[in-house]
Design a protein around this ligand. Structure first.
Ligand SMILES: Nc1ncnc2c1ncn2[C@@H]1O[C@H](COP(=O)(O)OP(=O)(O)O)[C@@H](O)[C@H]1O
Ligand SMILES: [Mg+2]
Length: 371
């Protein structure tokens, strides 16, 4: 049979070998129904120095989340307890990535997910009915269409709830009884309508702080979660490393045979870092744009430029094209942002260009594309 390709296979597929090797070598204590011990989950996310030997093959466990190791440890321990885990922070700080990694390592699947939107209803969180079956057979278990929350409880796996604060607060609150009593009532099923959660069940929510005020969470629901704030990467070298590894992965997935240009990655990492922090490495004060200057945005600006070079050009990164894509990324919110980036180029990048020359000078000259 021909293998069906996916644009982006889930993490348990992409890292299937790593997960198998970790399970085979796992000697740590394991909470009931977990696929791996907390120690092995930690290794899966934070990497190991030595490769594991599995079926005669050396398997390298790569570091996937770069940043705060202690945060990852706390997240894992939270999930072993009876409270949910809520990851909050700016967009693009790897909240979704972390929740996928945790679910894949703990439950073997990262796809049991509710996507929070303004249109999310209580049915989508709990259960719905297959109406043809409901009419034919009445309210029987067979006619019930389980939600990801129902499936999580029934199978003892993690349910992810993405962007939870985008859903109206009263809808979010349907989680309260499930999280506190670990039971979901389906009144239509009568005596058989109580679904008790199996061990291994828990909820990982994510929420963007930029969405704050859209729909706050009730304090009753907040009490059922441990909150962890995920911060943007604050180290230029680390940010550069993320850009390189993410872009390499994207390129490999799309069969784009082109190496990542380290200098260009550095240019972007430092631009995003300085515009976010409001201060340059030379000490200039910078007006920070209102748009989110996330690492994820930097990755997409790089990748866009790379594709242009690959499909239209000669496979060399063009700094002019990079600046055009940067313009597109910062113009999303307000026009003022573009003025701020222009003034950043006219001060910081001008100075770097004259002191360091080379690609920085080219970068400064490409400021004409900032419009
Ligand atoms: N600390 C980090 N470690 C590794 N990758 C990161 C980090 N911060 C951001 N990224 C990159 O940003 C991408 C977007 O993250 P995502 O999980 O979608 O963010 P969020 O859900 O917080 O908006 C990740 O897939 C990863 O490529
Ligand atoms: Mg997200």
């Amino acid at each position: 049979m021909e293998e069906i390709k996916q644009i982006k296979p889930p993490v348990e597929v992409r890292c299937g070998k790593e997960l198998k090797a970790l399970a085979a070598c796992d000697t740590g204590r394991r909470p009931e129904n977990w696929k791996l011990s907390p120690k092995a989950v930690r290794t899966f996310i934070l990497g190991s120095r030595e490769p594991l030997v599995y079926e005669g093959e050396e398997i390298h466990i790569e570091k996937k989340y770069l940043g705060n190791d202690a945060l990852v440890e706390r997240c894992i321990v939270t999930l072993a307890g009876n409270r949910g885990l809520m990851l909050v922070g700016e967009p693009g700080t790897a909240k979704t990535m972390l929740s996928e990694l945790l679910s894949a390592a703990i439950s073997g699947t990262s796809t049991n997910t509710i996507q929070g939107t303004a249109g999310t209803t209580e049915d989508m969180i709990k259960y719905t009915w297959n109406y043809a079956l409901l009419l034919a057979k009445g309210p029987v278990r067979e006619a019930l269409v389980p939600s990801p929350l129902y499936i999580g409880m029934d199978r003892g796996i993690i349910t992810r709830f993405e962007e939870i604060t985008r859903t109206p607060a009263e809808i979010q609150d349907s989680l309260i009884s499930v999280l506190s009593d670990k039971v979901l009532n389906v009144p239509e099923l009568g005596d058989e309508g109580l679904l008790f959660a199996r061990p291994g069940f828990n909820v990982i929510g994510t929420a963007n702080t930029r969405d704050k005020g859209v729909n706050e969470m009730s304090s009753a629901l907040k009490r059922r979660f441990n909150f962890e704030t995920v911060m943007p990467v604050r180290d230029v070298a680390l940010e550069k490393q993320i850009i390189i590894s993410e872009v390499s992965q994207l390129a490999a997935d799309s069969h784009i045979d082109m190496p990542v240009d380290e200098d260009v990655a550095e240019l972007l990492a430092s631009t995003y870092h300085e515009l976010r922090e409001g201060i340059s490495s030379y000490g200039h004060r910078i007006d920070t744009p209102a748009a989110v200057m996330s690492t994820a945005e930097a990755v997409s600006v790089y990748y866009q430029t790379m594709m242009t070079a690959y499909y239209y050009g000669d496979s060399a990164m063009d700094v002019g094209c990079l600046v055009q894509n940067l313009t597109g990324a910062v113009r999303k919110e307000t026009k003022d942002d573009l003025e701020k980036v222009k003034s950043y180029f006219n001060t910081v990048i001008r100075d770097k260009g004259s002191r360091e020359g080379g690609i920085w000078k080219e970068y400064y000259e490409a400021r004409k594309y900032l419009r």
